[in-house]
Design a protein around this ligand. Structure first.
Ligand SMILES: [Fe+2]
Length: 512
């Protein structure tokens, strides 16, 4: 694994046990000349109160994948307390391994809480751009005001990712990415994928990630804020399958995701399994649990027989008996227990679940029949019920669900079933719209038409792209729906189109 060796060497170098030049000489005899080895710039991610992962990936250019060297390459890294990189706090050498596409992940530890840091990498005579990152507040300092942003779903062909530029003055501690960082199949759009084909091999997934990393606004976001990212269906295509070809494709998807993401998650080379779930603690103010909603779910390719495949592209289905089976789970039982434990053991003032897909029950109608979106939590009512029971029985403080996937802004009170009064709701949910992916009218209309029968929903906007800005204090949780005027060309302007507030101790959001 990259991490262990990196940490060991950087630790030794930082401690002065082994001098850096010695490591550099041992690692690589060749120098990288004739090209800038940092075409993907830099990024950071998975911050804690005393650590953050810094990332880069060595390459000949954004679309040239001939290995940069025959063997591992030593990349020097430096982390400083100022943007001019004068006050150097930590430095070391990390190995860019050919097996991991010459990506570099360094888990820089021993940092101070709630601080900005600047960092860059050097190989031979070349230096990367300087990135800025930030640690999380410590327990004792967390109570004043904490802000982070939530994004999802960035289809390259649907639009430019300039909503990220709307975060420029937010002073957000991190960006929570709830999945669909890349998309597979393309049909063309305001710009085209490098191939019409959905990626299947490691080389193809690398090419797709490389393309996405060239979006200018996404690059600026990575250079200035840490990301906490989780995978959804489009990142790794079909998850719940035993087909060997699909498993190879999933392994390639996981590995490429890791190689291109500033993440602490570890992947084994070409493994179809990956540990994705994790939690983020912001002192005693906020606990954010991020479960893996794809790898362990029971199949959502169900209830096909009784459903109209032409309605809403076959995305919404008529629920069949199977849906209510008690053992049916979105997370798998071990992970359900993990999530319940994270929620019930929390002493945090606010407790959020970062779910790739919507938790709120939502009933739609097609030709007089009940239809639901079974790939979200509506396809796993027993699993959802167990989690809501745990929240209610455990008196989990201020439970909030943050999700994405439906490329729409939505605010709701999570009831157990449609028809329950909003007063019976167990948690508040904010669904964030997409960075660029569209929610076409055949998908939006059935939802819009169903609003009068889903009284627990307070807001629904499938038309606008953007992100959510969450500001958390002891007393209030505020979510701003930040939306962009256009994504068909670079330069879209982002404004706040709606704001919602949850008072501590209450379930449900009020529009402000
Ligand atoms: Fe999506």
């Amino acid at each position: 694994m990259v991490g262990r060796r990196t940490v060991l060497q950087s630790g030794l170098a930082a401690a002065g046990v082994i001098s850096m030049p010695y490591l550099v000489r041992q690692a690589t005899a060749q120098s990288l000349t004739g090209f800038d080895p940092f075409p993907f710039s830099v990024a950071s991610g998975d911050p804690t109160q005393d650590a953050v992962v810094i990332w880069t990936r060595l390459a000949r250019s954004i679309n040239e994948f001939t290995p940069v060297a025959a063997g591992p390459v030593a990349a020097e890294w430096v982390l400083a307390t100022d943007p001019t990189m004068t006050n150097i706090l930590r430095q070391g050498v990390a190995m860019a391994q050919p097996e991991y596409g010459f990506s570099v992940h360094v888990d820089v530890q021993g940092l101070a809480p709630d601080r900005h840091y600047w960092y860059n990498f050097r190989v031979g005579g070349s230096a990367s751009p300087i990135g800025r990152t930030r640690t999380l507040p410590a327990a004792e300092t967390a109570s004043s005001r904490f802000r982070f942003n939530v994004v999802s779903c960035q289809h390259w062909e649907n639009g430019y990712f300039d909503a990220y530029d709307g975060m420029k003055d937010d002073d957000a501690a991190f960006v929570l990415h709830l999945g669909d960082y890349i998309y597979g199949v393309g049909r063309g759009g305001v710009r085209n994928h490098e191939s019409r084909k959905a990626p299947a091999t490691l080389a193809e997934f690398r090419a797709r990630h490389a393309l996405y990393k060239t979006d200018a606004a996404l690059r600026r976001a990575h250079e200035t804020m840490p990301f906490i990212a989780v995978l959804d269906n489009h990142d790794a295509l079909e998850f719940n399958t035993d087909d060997p070809a699909e498993l190879r494709r999933r392994a390639a998807a996981y590995q490429a995701w890791y190689e291109f993401m500033p993440s602490r998650l570890a992947v084994l080379s070409m493994s179809p399994q990956m540990a994705i779930a994790r939690e983020v603690n912001v002192g005693n103010l906020l606990r954010l649990a991020i479960p893996d909603t794809r790898q362990f779910r029971a199949s959502h390719q169900v209830c096909l027989a009784g459903s109209d495949p032409k309605f809403a592209f076959g995305v919404y289905k008529k629920p069949c008996e199977l849906i209510d089976e008690p053992e049916r789970s979105m997370l798998g039982r071990p992970q359900e227990i993990w999530l319940e434990d994270r929620l019930r053991s929390s002493a945090a003032k606010w407790n959020a679940i970062g779910s790739t897909v919507m938790m709120t029950p939502f009933d739609m109608d097609h030709d007089g029949a009940l239809y639901r979106y079974l790939a979200a939590w509506d396809g796993y009512p027993s699993s959802r019920g167990r989690i809501l029971d745990q929240i209610a029985q455990g008196r989990v403080a201020n439970p909030i669900s943050l999700s994405g996937d439906i490329h729409s802004s939505l605010v709701s009170s999570v009831v157990r079933k449609v028809g329950d009064s909003p007063g019976q709701a167990v948690m508040t949910e904010f669904v964030g719209t997409s960075i660029s992916s569209a929610w076409p009218e055949p998908l939006a209309k059935p939802m819009r038409d169903a609003l009068p029968n889903n009284l627990h929903l307070g807001y629904f906007d499938p038309a606008q792209r953007g992100y959510m800005r969450c500001t958390v204090t002891d007393q209030h949780w505020t979510t701003d729906m930040r939306t962009i005027d256009q994504t068909v060309r670079p330069g879209g302007q982002t404004t706040t189109s709606a704001s919602f507030i949850v008072e501590s101790g209450k379930i449900g959001a009020q529009r402000v």
